[in-house]
Design a protein around this ligand. Sequence first.
Ligand code: DX5
Ligand code: ZN
Length: 221
Amino acid sequence: MQQTVRIAPSILAADFSRMGEEVRAVTEAGADYIHIDVMDGHFVPNITLGPDMVAAIRPYSELVFDVHLMIAPADLFIEDFAKAGADIITVHPEAGPHLHRTIQMIKGFGKKAGISLNPATPIDVIDLIIDDIDLILCMGVNPGFGGQQFIPSTLSKLEALRRKIDASGRRIDLEVDGGINMDTASRAASAGADVLVAGTATFKGGPQAYSANIRRLRGEA
Ligand code: DX5
Ligand code: ZN
């Protein structure tokens, strides 16, 4: 069942020199999750941050820390992110040969587990593991950078994922990530997404704009 729409600001678009304050500001502005993009310069062509940054910003918010690992292999670092304060840890199936093992490892640390699907990754990769996961992240762009344009075929993919989640009867977040702005947010939500990641669209205009940005993304303004 589609849950209420929640907004997950991606801190990739925040001011890195003031990350703690930025996390606090979006928390006070009404965000639901803090989306943390981890990139290794190998699985994706960009490098961002590691577990030390997650631990450093943890005291600034009590919201769910939604850690999106764009690293390969992921298994070596799951314990570090779990201990740093992640609540949800999401991996890409292409990041390692044993997706089931990776998911069990995340759950073994008491964390929620997610699977992220690149634009060209078929959705049936989730079929045999749907009973073990808490979140499906559907990329709206190719992973690696913020500020890219939403790929339109994401919408039909979200609809198909929504049907799979509903058929499972399980409570699984359907998160869309990349290219979400005031226009694509409502289309993605209509297609079945219930967690909208938004970097550029949340942080645009600086701290005084965050609350209005989040309300508009949620469809409330
Ligand atoms: C892309 C990241 C996204 C990205 C979203 O690889 O996974 O979370 O930061 O940025 P925007 O919202 O600017 O498209
Ligand atoms: Zn992300």
